[in-house]
Ligand binder design. Structure first.
Ligand code: 5AD
Ligand code: SF4
Length: 552
């Protein structure tokens, strides 16, 4: 057991948030304490993202600060985890000896050992020469390199990765009041979009056995979790072949293949012993009914069979929100990006989604989300107009718009010069943002008068500001920002009547729309009692992108 304290800051995507949570769980189990204040930590860890250069720059500036800090604290241990470690490889330590630990996203199960080694190495360096200890890295490195793409090592990589998810600390005794959790179903990506670093940093696609996924969800449900978000880079590509499946402890998995018998099953390739994404959704829905909201991100347009849409339609607890990035509206760009589908196929898919799932008459309109890259090399005004058409036709509830950022190691970086000037990227970016804001606003207005089930997450941001209890998102402290509200941290402030007779809470519809509503602070039901529950509300107004409602 150790008494060292750890500061862990997470950059980037939900997959990183989950990795941080699992890492925090395993370190917590070994006695490490966590602090939200980097200044008081013995060990500072950054779980990093490489998708765009900006995310990496932030980490470099943090490392600059740590270099100064080591002058006063030579035993400080600094670790870079995740995609940036994997992408930069060992060069990073040569460039920045302030880094003691580098641990790729596929090696996080080794982190406790790396930290332990780094602490010991630092101690012996200090003992021999404190001046040298300030400048010298403890050099603890675990990276997968190119190994995970070789099929002989794929199974081994899968097993060691699986141990991180399997080791998740879930105990009703430690119940922290959280009602929302991420669960990984797939690691890595095999798509190789030409701009994207993920297949290089997270490695080859590996699917987790359905039994492990379902057991994990059952354990989470036992602690009070009612909302699960399944994670994968291309989540709908999930497929598990039971024949060849041997679990981590060498036990052959029971052969449970197709469970969902949709009437228009398009997935003709799946044999009787395959669990497809549709089967997995169906099994979770049927086997863990305590989960009242089942979500999944991110979807890849090409792998979506009708069977998945039918399962979503037929299972009331699967949410009507699909985040399915198109990246661009131009076929020429899609081809250069190696997206593997045309824009016509994408439109056909959106149409199928709406036919199956858009049911505003029962309070369940389908909501779509997207991602766009502007200024990919050679993008013309015509291509840009086609992307505007994509936004108009797809009617995303929200869409992330990114300026193209060339990433070393990708095909686009090596083969296609980044020839669109930043000023043009910026103009196109702003134009798309304006257009998307109008669309999101229209969608919000359309919900006025509707009645929705709302999953209550906590005090609204506005209420936090009003009370001076604002929690900065991404403040680095695991547990504050991951997976929604952690009620017990807030209940003291939540139920206070000092700030007036009402408190504004915020929650989400199953289509992922944010709704604000007021509850009395001096009523029979205190505000904290709403959190983590599903309530019914009528939408009374829409102000820009946010919906205001009243409880019914
Ligand atoms: N430049 C800009 N945006 C990128 N994305 C991925 N790689 C890049 C890049 N090199 C965006 C895509 C993806 C999202 C997670 O990040 O839109 O869907
Ligand atoms: Fe990157 Fe494309 Fe894989 Fe998404 S599907 S992670 S954009 S390579």
């Amino acid at each position: 057991m150790t008494s060292k304290s750890v500061y862990l800051e997470t950059f980037g995507c939900q997959m990183n948030e989950l990795d941080s949570e699992l890492v925090a769980g395993s370190l917590g189990g070994m006695g490490y304490r966590f602090t939200a204040n980097a200044d008081e930590a013995d060990i500072v860890l950054y779980n990093t993202c490489s998708v765009r250069e900006r995310a990496e720059q932030k980490v470099w500036s943090r490392l600059g600060e740590m270099k100064h800090r080591k002058k006063h604290q030579p035993d400080l241990v600094v670790g870079v985890l995740g995609c940036m470690a994997e992408r930069d490889g060992k060069n990073m330590i040569a460039k920045a000896p302030v880094v003691d630990i580098m641990c790729g996203p596929a090696e996080l199960d080794k982190l406790p050992q790396l930290i332990d080694n780094a602490v010991r190495t630092k101690a012996s360096l200090i003992e021999s020469d404190p001046e040298v200890a300030i400048r010298r890295s403890a050099k603890q490195v675990a990276l997968q390199g190119n190994a995970s793409r070789r099929s002989s090592t794929l199974a081994a990589a899968g097993d060691s990765l699986e141990s991180l998810d399997l080791g998740r600390m879930i105990s009703p005794v430690d119940f922290d009041g959280r009602r929302s959790a991420y669960v990984r179903i797939t690691r890595g990506c095999n798509k190789f979009c030409t701009y994207c670093v993920v297949p290089h940093t997270r490695g080859a696609e590996i699917h987790r056995p359905p039994e492990h996924i379902i057991d994990e969800i059952k354990s989470l449900a036992d602690t009070g979790v009612i909302e699960i978000t399944l994670l994968g880079q291309t989540v709908n590509h999930y497929r598990f072949e039971h024949d060849s499946a041997v679990s981590i402890d060498g036990v052959v998995q029971p052969q449970k293949g197709r469970t969902y018998k949709g009437s228009h099953n398009r997935d003709a390739f799946a044999g009787a012993n395959t669990t497809t994404f549709a089967d997995l959704l169906y099994r979770i829905h049927e086997e863990v009914p305590a989960i009242q909201r089942l979500r999944f991100v991110t979807s890849y347009p090409r792998d979506f069979g009708d069977d998945v849409l039918q399962v979503i339609r037929d299972c009331p607890r699967i949410c009507r929100f699909i985040h399915v990035p198109a990246q661009t509206g131009s076929n020429r760009m899609l081809k250069m990006m190696n997206r593997g589908h045309t824009i016509e196929e994408y439109y056909e898919f959106i149409q199928r989604c709406n036919e199956y799932l858009h049911q505003p008459e029962i309070g369940r309109p389908l909501m779509l989300g997207g991602d766009i890259i502007v200024g990919f090399p050679t993008e013309t005004d015509e291509d840009h107009e086609l992307t505007k058409e994509l936004l108009t036709r797809s009617r995303y509830k929200n869409c992330f718009i990114f300026k193209y950022s060339p990433r070393p190691g990708t095909v686009a970086y090596d083969k296609i010069p980044d020839d669109i000037p930043n000023e043009i990227k910026r103009l196109r970016n702003n134009e798309l943002l304006d257009l998307q804001t109008k669309i999101s606003d229209q969608i919000a207005q359309e919900q006025v008068g509707g009645e929705f089930d709302i999953f209550v997450e906590g005090l609204s941001r506005r209420e936090h500001k009003r009370r001076g209890t604002d929690v900065k998102p991404g403040s680095g402290m695991v547990g504050i920002t991951i997976g929604g509200a952690a009620p017990q941290m807030q209940s003291a402030v939540l139920d206070s009547t000092d700030h007036g007779p009402t408190a504004q809470l915020s929650g989400r519809t199953d289509g992922d729309l944010i709704v604000f509503f007021d509850v009395p602070t001096d009523g029979v039901v205190p505000p904290s009692d709403y959190i983590g529950k599903i309530v019914k509300a009528r939408i009374t107004s829409a102000d820009k992108l946010s919906l205001n409602g009243e409880l019914i």
